[in-house]
Write a protein that binds this ligand. Structure first.
Ligand SMILES: [Fe+2]
Ligand SMILES: [Fe+2]
Length: 470
């Protein structure tokens, strides 16, 4: 049991007290962080008591404590999974060598870039979601939003710990910068595209936690393999919390679908909008938008950076132990590249395709979510079926961003795309309709009319529990 010492300002299992210089650096960063939270975190709910879980250890059973807390008083702690004695590097050119406990000098810049890129997404998502508290469909959902927000805050802490501890002065500068970039700010944006997209309604929030947090899952799985041991251990623990974020997304969209199924059955042949539900086709367009945007987060299909990161032992594949060859030097990867206006089958060295390998795992995982949603339709006896857009659809990054593709990945002309695009992506009218539904429901146990209740409450509480004391 690696418990935390609540007498310390920053809960941790990294013996912060034993490193006074580091402790002081983090304690100096903490007020800037709180300032950021107050100005860029959830608006107006900082005085309310909320039923939140807090990480208190890294034990498999009982790592979290549930209780009422005000968000600014949340104990954002630093937790690493326990070290595996004798751990060796599991892939790349340094396969079998002892895992690094310090930053290897020759890879310092690459490693810092990987950590900063991951770190930047954490505060970004809090910024994107800051207004959603005002339109939550229930207290249960309001609490889940804040749970996700405080944990993204903790993930920022986790990454800042690495920057402060292992990267000296430039690490401290990066940590400051993380509190200065702003989601969607044209002059000083967050690093990755999706994290600058507005997320202003709850259907977007559920799609974001389904598809964008799931990108986070796979980035963390790849970094959890890192030869830089502190990064690997940090990411492993972050994955524990991340699972809940994807649960919020998958079941959130699922409950919207369930409600639409109910209305469809109660009023056959009628427009579900007349009864305040969200049409299946509209939900599908939101899925298309967020899934395609999040698919971009893996970067270009063929990438020398991905080869470098893998070769150096910094970023592996998700579930690296499922593979038999961890050097990936002799193998190849086959894909359809988009060149000169057409798709051409190409074989590339596997290391250069590591972004695509990670994206493959992501697509598979997304597909499971789609199947979960279709089971809801099936159970309700409704014919509509959801689908995942093809990875080539609506891309802004990589090969496919240069062309136009339909939901099945077929190449389209610009004219064909223009003619069909409104069927595939949310229109202004879609967004306006969803927005019109965004009215807060704050009575215990009550749900907005566009979403079904969850089957059970948080941590064995009843669904009508007073999750947020307003
Ligand atoms: Fe996170
Ligand atoms: Fe997350």
């Amino acid at each position: 049991m690696t418990g935390i010492d609540y007498s310390q300002k920053i809960p941790n299992n990294v013996d912060l007290a034993g490193d006074k210089r580091l402790q002081r650096a983090l304690e100096a960063w903490q007020p800037s962080y709180i300032d950021w939270w107050q100005s860029m975190g959830p608006t107006d709910f900082n005085q309310n008591e909320i039923y939140l879980r807090t990480a208190i250890s890294v034990d498999k059973d009982g790592w979290a404590h549930y209780g009422f807390t005000r968000m600014p008083e949340y104990r954002w702690g630093i937790f690493l999974n326990p070290a595996e004695p004798g751990r060796t590097i599991g892939f790349g050119d340094h396969l079998g060598e002892a895992a690094w406990q310090q930053v290897p000098g020759e890879y310092r810049n690459w490693l810092r870039r990987l950590i900063v890129t991951q770190a930047d997404t954490e505060p970004a998502s809090v910024e994107q979601q800051r207004l959603l508290g005002h339109t939550a469909p229930s207290l249960y959902d309001l609490r889940n939003l804040f749970q996700v927000n405080v944990e993204e805050g903790r993930h920022l802490w986790a990454m800042v710990y690495l920057l402060h501890t292992y990267f000296g002065r430039d690490g401290r500068e990066e940590a400051e910068e993380l509190l200065q970039r702003r989601s969607g700010n044209p002059d000083h944006p967050r690093i990755l595209g999706t994290f600058n997209e507005p997320c202003q309604d709850w259907l977007s929030f559920f799609c974001f936690t389904m598809f964008t947090d799931r990108d986070g899952k796979f980035q963390l799985l790849a970094l959890a393999e890192s030869g830089f041991d502190p990064l690997a251990r940090t990411c492993r623990f972050m994955l524990t919390e991340e699972a809940h974020h994807m649960f919020v997304g998958q079941t959130g969209v699922g409950r919207v679908i369930e409600r639409t199924c109910e209305v469809t059955k109660e009023h056959p042949g009628r427009d579900v909008k007349d009864f305040g539900a969200i049409p299946f086709e509209l939900i599908q367009r939101y899925i298309n938008y967020w899934a395609s945007s999040s698919t971009d987060l893996y970067g270009a299909e063929v990438s020398s950076n991905s080869a470098n990161f893998f070769g150096a032992g910094l970023k592996g594949r998700a579930y690296e132990d499922r593979y038999s060859d961890h050097k990936a030097l002799e193998q190849t990867y086959e894909l359809d590249r988009y060149t000169d206006g057409k798709l051409v089958r190409e074989i590339v060295p596997l290391r250069n395709a590591m972004n695509e390998v990670l994206r493959d795992e992501y697509v598979k995982d997304n597909q499971k979510g789609i199947e979960y949603w279709n089971r809801i339709c099936e159970k309700a006896g409704v014919d509509f079926r959801f689908r995942l857009p093809h990875r080539r659809f609506n891309r802004k990054i990589g090969d496919y961003s240069a062309g136009r593709f339909d939901l099945d990945g077929n190449l389209l002309t610009e004219a064909q795309w223009n003619a069909r695009q409104a069927d595939w992506l949310p229109s202004e009218a879609d967004r306006a309709y969803v927005k019109s539904l965004m009215k807060p429901v704050t009575e215990r146990g009550k749900m907005a009319g566009w979403i079904a209740p969850p089957p059970k409450g948080v941590n064995d509480t009843p669904v009508d529990y007073e999750y947020v004391k307003l």
